[in-house]
Design a protein around this ligand. Structure first.
Ligand SMILES: Nc1nc2c(ncn2[C@@H]2O[C@H](COP(=O)(O)OP(=O)(O)OP(=O)(O)O)[C@@H](O)[C@H]2O)c(=O)[nH]1
Length: 314
């Protein structure tokens, strides 16, 4: 884990737009190359659509953007900035309905958040960041080290617990993660905890056995509180691109995902996939991760993200 305290703190917007440079600049360069050569015609719109597809935006969004670019502009010269503006506007339209804050229902005590995702997507780090956020809002938080496969994962969660001064319920490596979740929820109820964040082992979406185990965690949690988990957050690594589609599908089927968090948007991210996900699944997107530090979690906002994808400076 990098220590970010010594480096000048970049704003989350700067980190996001830097992270999405790979998408926005290849999109920008490709569009600039296209539009300088000739007046707008169907062939150029097809080329623009291809560029958008390569940026992972998905077929229907790419087609819609190409149509919007074409509207009223046939046989005219068009600038790259005009195209970028249309991209930003159309992408924002797709993202606005899914950009929703994570609401903590105070009537649920504790409000149980199950955090799921593939290996290394950033679950534990996101739990640490959320723990800090909720504690700073004056809530009593507890963490459950449900990733019982790896000793290092249990230790990592304990470190986050210390850092955010939050109690951690942990068992031995190899112990049953469903019973760990059961114990943690029982303890959280007894202690009047407001928010219980449950970590789970990373699992590939195509491994049936592990996905069944996740179902069991949900079933066992419900024995303590039939309304829990109150939120199931799927943590997605922004660098994986198209694979995110099958991750959402499988985790949604198994654990009833209620919202998404996309991490690593500060790196060489391929954030266009978030647009395809929003279009296809319409699941709320709550937060984005823009670094490894405790404060590197930002609420997801459609306009900022759309402009970063299109490569428009704020
Ligand atoms: N740059 C960057 N790195 C991140 C971000 N979120 C997590 N990471 C890093 O990604 C790596 C994996 O993060 P973890 O939180 O351990 O991921 P996990 O999903 O819990 O991993 P498993 O326990 O293996 O399933 C770590 O090195 C984190 O520091 C982010 O938003 N930006």
């Amino acid at each position: 884990m990098n220590d970010t305290t010594d480096t000048p703190k970049l704003s989350w917007w700067r980190r996001l737009s830097n992270g999405l440079k790979r998408t926005s600049s290849s999109l920008g360069t490709a569009v600039a190359d296209l539009v300088t050569k000739r007046k707008l015609d169907r062939a150029m719109l097809d080329d623009i659509e291809d560029v958008l597809l390569r940026a992972d935006l998905g077929t229907s969004v790419a087609a819609r953007i190409a149509d919007a670019v074409g509207t009223g502009r046939y046989d005219k010269a068009i600038s790259a900035d005009e195209v970028k503006d249309v991209v930003a506007t159309e992408v924002e339209k797709v993202l606005a309905p899914v950009a929703k804050p994570l609401e903590i229902d105070a009537a649920r005590k504790p409000f149980v958040i199950l955090v799921v995702g593939v290996n290394g997507s950033g679950k534990t780090t996101t739990i640490g960041k959320l723990s800090q956020k909720f504690a700073s809002e004056g809530r009593k938080v507890m963490l459950a080290a449900g990733d019982t496969f790896r000793a290092a994962a249990i230790e990592q969660l304990k470190v986050w617990g210390e850092r955010t001064r939050t109690p951690v319920v942990a068992g031995a490596q190899g112990s049953d993660s469903a019973s760990l979740a059961f114990n943690a929820l029982t303890a959280a109820k007894e202690q009047g905890i407001d928010v219980l964040l449950i970590d789970t082992a990373g699992r590939l979406q195509n491994k049936a056995e592990l996905m069944n185990e996740l179902e069991k965690v949900v079933r066992v949690i419900r024995k303590v509180d039939a309304s829990a988990p109150h939120a199931v957050l799927l943590v997605l690594d922004a660098t994986v691109g198209q694979n995110a589609l099958s991750q959402v599908e499988a985790f949604h089927r198994t654990a009833g995902v209620t919202g998404l968090v996309m991490t690593k948007l500060d790196g060489t991210a391929r954030g266009g996939i978030l647009v395809a996900l929003a279009e296809k699944f319409k699941l709320p997107v709550h937060f984005i991760g823009v670094g490894e530090g405790v404060d590197d979690l930002a609420p997801f906002t459609a306009r900022d993200f759309a402009r970063a994808i299109a490569g428009i400076e704020t």
